[in-house]
Design a protein around this ligand. Structure first.
Ligand code: IDP
Ligand code: MG
Length: 145
């Protein structure tokens, strides 16, 4: 089924110029980029985005980090997009992520693991809406080449 998902490039990966690599990996794996922007999150926005982790030991560190620099929000579209994107990013800990995954290639630690990706179809739709309005997204199905 054609789905969308959200991938967010985390501050360290953005600042150390991993955007080109990450975008290439998405394109080479046939993800269609249908929306893209860079943002500096506030603490409040990061808290809102990661609310499911509120109360966890790493929560305050996570939201401080995610609001510490520029991030890029990228909306991708593909068949089975949510599961396929989780496969391409790899495990949360880059040292445990499979060879050739984004986190293995671009991540360093569990905190600085290069990217966030949505974990379910429902969350993907919510997370895409968190960053993008209707006019900022255009399905590749409608594009005339
Ligand atoms: P995910 O990003 O692979 O979906 P989640 O469990 O949703 O992993 O955690 C969200 C983010 O919080 C992770 O990407 C990671 O950067 C950070 N995080 C998760 N667990 C830990 C931890 O045990 N210590 C430090 N940071 C963590
Ligand atoms: Mg998650």
């Amino acid at each position: 089924m054609l789905e969308v998902s959200l991938i967010m490039v985390k501050p360290h990966a953005f600042a150390t110029k991993r955007m080109g690599t990450i975008i290439s990996m998405l394109e080479n794996n046939n993800f269609h980029i249908i929306g893209m922007k860079s943002i500096k999150l506030t603490l409040e926005l990061a808290r809102k985005f990661y609310f499911v982790h509120e109360g966890k030991e790493f929560f305050e560190r996570l939201i401080k980090y995610m609001s510490s620099g520029t991030v890029a929000a990228i909306c991708v579209e593909k068949n089975d997009c949510v599961a396929e994107l989780r496969k391409l990013i790899g495990a949360t800990d880059p040292s445990k992520a499979a060879e050739g995954t984004i986190r293995r290639v671009c991540g360093t630690t569990v905190g600085k693991n290069a990217v966030h990706a949505s974990d379910s179809i429902e969350n993907a739709n919510k997370e895409v809406r968190f960053f993008f309005s209707d006019i900022e997204l255009y399905s590749y199905r409608f594009i005339q080449y």
